[in-house]
Ligand binder design. Sequence first.
Ligand SMILES: *[C@@H]1O[C@H](CO)[C@@H](O)[C@H](O)[C@H]1NC(C)=O
Ligand SMILES: *[C@@H]1O[C@H](CO)[C@@H](O)[C@H](O)[C@H]1NC(C)=O
Ligand SMILES: *[C@@H]1O[C@H](CO)[C@@H](O)[C@H](O)[C@H]1NC(C)=O
Ligand SMILES: *[C@@H]1O[C@H](CO)[C@@H](O)[C@H](O)[C@H]1NC(C)=O
Ligand SMILES: *[C@@H]1O[C@H](CO)[C@@H](O)[C@H](O)[C@H]1NC(C)=O
Ligand SMILES: *[C@@H]1O[C@H](CO)[C@@H](O)[C@H](O)[C@H]1NC(C)=O
Ligand SMILES: *[C@@H]1O[C@H](CO)[C@@H](O)[C@H](O)[C@H]1NC(C)=O
Ligand SMILES: [Cu+2]
Length: 777
Amino acid sequence: MLAESLVAALLAIAPVSARPEPDLWRRAVSAADVRTCALTDEAPHVKAPKANAWAPISPQDVKDVWKFVHAPERALNLTDPANATLTDNYVFLVDTLYLNKTQVLSYIDGDAAQPPKYARVVIFEGGKEEPVSQEYMVGPLPVGAETTIAPYDYPFNGGLGGKIPYDGRYMDGKRTAGYQPLLKQAMTDVADITKALFNGTYYGASDPRTDIVAANTGPHSLDGSQSWITIMFRYPGAASYVTPIDFYIILDITGTDISKYTLRGYVTNTKFFKTADELRKAFEAGEIISEFPQTRDQEWALLKAVPEMGVRDLDDRIAPQSIEIGGKRYKLDRENQYVEFMGWSFYMSFTRILGLMFYDIKFKGERIIYELSLQEAAAQYAGNQPKAANTVYHDTYFSIGSTSATLIEGFDCPFGATMLNVTYPANDVTDVHPQGICLFESDSGYPVARHRYGSGGNPNGFSNIAAVKSSALHARTIATIGNYDYLFDYAFHVDGSIEIEVRASGYLQSSPYYKDQTNFGARVGLGTQGSFHDHILSWKADFDIISTKNSLQRTDLIVVNQTQPWFPELGEFEQMELKAYNMEKEQQFNWAQNGQSMFCVVNDEEKNSWGVSRGYRLVPGRSNVHLSTHNSPFSKHSSHILKSHLAVTQHHDNEPYGNSWQNVNLPLKPQQDFSKLFNDESVDGEDIVVWFNLGMHHYTRSEDIPVTLYSEAVSSIVFAPQNFHDRAQEGDLQNRRWITSNATTGEITYEDQGLQLPTCKVVLEEPATKILPWLTI
Ligand SMILES: *[C@@H]1O[C@H](CO)[C@@H](O)[C@H](O)[C@H]1NC(C)=O
Ligand SMILES: *[C@@H]1O[C@H](CO)[C@@H](O)[C@H](O)[C@H]1NC(C)=O
Ligand SMILES: *[C@@H]1O[C@H](CO)[C@@H](O)[C@H](O)[C@H]1NC(C)=O
Ligand SMILES: *[C@@H]1O[C@H](CO)[C@@H](O)[C@H](O)[C@H]1NC(C)=O
Ligand SMILES: *[C@@H]1O[C@H](CO)[C@@H](O)[C@H](O)[C@H]1NC(C)=O
Ligand SMILES: *[C@@H]1O[C@H](CO)[C@@H](O)[C@H](O)[C@H]1NC(C)=O
Ligand SMILES: *[C@@H]1O[C@H](CO)[C@@H](O)[C@H](O)[C@H]1NC(C)=O
Ligand SMILES: [Cu+2]
């Protein structure tokens, strides 16, 4: 049969040794056919239908808000942060306030005016009788006669609104300065011991004799009524995270009166010593050793070429790039951060705390998602040492947006990608991280769809091959939050699906190596063990499939025993069957075992031509996990959002966030308790919000050295149309091939829309090195 297949037919007339003339696969062959590939061109401009309602507040607004809150009339009794101590009131951060959806909808869908912007201002009020942190909203903006400041309490359900007790407050420079004298004293008391054991001493952060680094961790409170700090020591340098030494100190640091701070104790050799004297006694008795010395030299742990590893054959050539060889196929309104691509349109926003966000995501003019935004990026560690056992990170705490910085063209993003600046308020100014977001269309690496039809023995028939090109527009940022570099990628595929992917690279937060502790992770270096941990990253997807009346439909794939009259001899036999129903109430839930449930957001009032409710399916991708511990004191109630794969709630203007950025230090009495969002409200035919987690259980390995590999530390989800249309959305894509062969005559006909594959040879001969500059190096 092979001889009758199209491939064979084509091969029969095509000289195998040379590129056929004309090329069977429509490859450009003459210089005249080759168009200059305008790789570095700007994306064509498009004007956003409406000014971006979600855009960050302007640099001028940031300055004016700063002046406004500091004005004596506000009576906030603020000290400039540069001079403040922990017993002063000072502004900790300014951000763009989240706008109520109800108000924005009447602007984007109706004739209402653009809703005014507000600033979110967090003030640390250590100068108050009861010292607290308090969030405020300042607006409307620009600052004018109407502008007021009011507590920003409504998004937080923990009981204190936007207020945080001092002991649960962020561990900023004022607080670390507060415990410095005690830390300095406690470490000076044992300097001879740390010198003898680790060749390192700590006499305070700025003392020239100090040659080890104090690294604190969180949470440092359970409910905001007390506070402690766990500190581990490491050798300094670019790879400090993987050169820990076996020495820890825990300080009690409750309250603003630093004279009341006390030493809880020292830890080394997995032993706890309440005082310097106890430690000294054990040391002098020879009970404390440094069995696996750490290396001060960090060459082995830097992400740079290692000459001793040699080079690989042909690696002197530049590696492949996904380049937009036909020119940019997406349009951009830079001012409004608005994008159109192959039927897609969306707005972008950016906040200091949450980073990149997407709004009003439409496909072919119909809204799919109102808001898609990261809500939390968490990590919880494990180990029989205080730092690993104590560590839970919620990275919103560190302002994810402010950590999203410059991307390397050709490596973090493909050559020729559109680069956008990241901007966020930093006190009274606006910081710019050039090239912090990239946009690019990328080859998917496989066709959207393809089929080959071979017409066997039919003499009047034909055979054909058809394939449609697949690509996606990606928006990408990388947030370097301390040790980790999270790569966030949002891909808008030409078939109408959206893929969200997160990857983790960067340094392990590691432990000194203890040979009896392989249950907490592998040894990854001479004196280093990779501490096992969970990464869980939470997103909010406020779906609005055509309207706000949506449902979360669950379709269970069940196995049943049935009889069918035409198979009497089988009696009862097993079959699969689908059982679809809408979830009734708000809930947290998990992906089903063996994928035997499908979850779709549907609009039951909107049917396709076949009478089926139009919707989008939530398709699990790689490594869909939730937090492993559910009762750890360090994450018990602060982290409910991390504890299920998925959740669905009814939308409310006062429930904008899945977590609060200051929740992490309040694990037993959170500012925002995600579990309280589930109060039996209907999610059937309502405005619903889907919350989902991506993440990885990080089974640490020696390949995490020098840094974790993105290839393995990856998690993803896809939102794919499910009966949203009447058919697949590929029929209008022009990048396709339909090639038929007449079985009788062997004549071959093409439908290629005039889109030829480019001939690289001609491009390489172009003298204008501007096109591919790295080729001239
Ligand atoms: C900080 O304090 C110093 C000394 O008291 C003073 O000269 C300076 O103006 C203060 N700076 C600000 C920004 O308030
Ligand atoms: C203003 O703040 C300072 C600390 O910066 C505090 O000592 C003082 O009591 C406060 N004044 C009032 C009126 O609250
Ligand atoms: C001890 O530490 C110092 C840095 O403080 C370093 O210069 C020296 O080489 C170290 N000694 C050994 C034996 O590693
Ligand atoms: C991005 O930031 C750079 C550096 O601050 C600046 O020169 C450039 O004009 C900015 N680009 C845009 C589009 O704002
Ligand atoms: C194949 O070619 C023959 C001869 O030209 C023609 O009669 C026949 O219709 C063609 N078949 C198809 C399927 O186009
Ligand atoms: C179907 O019936 C068989 C025989 O009774 C039984 O072993 C099997 O578990 C049944 N399957 C289901 C899905 O109930
Ligand atoms: C948003 O909605 C909440 C809850 O309904 C309301 O309290 C708040 O004032 C609104 N915020 C703005 C900025 O209008
Ligand atoms: Cu990790």
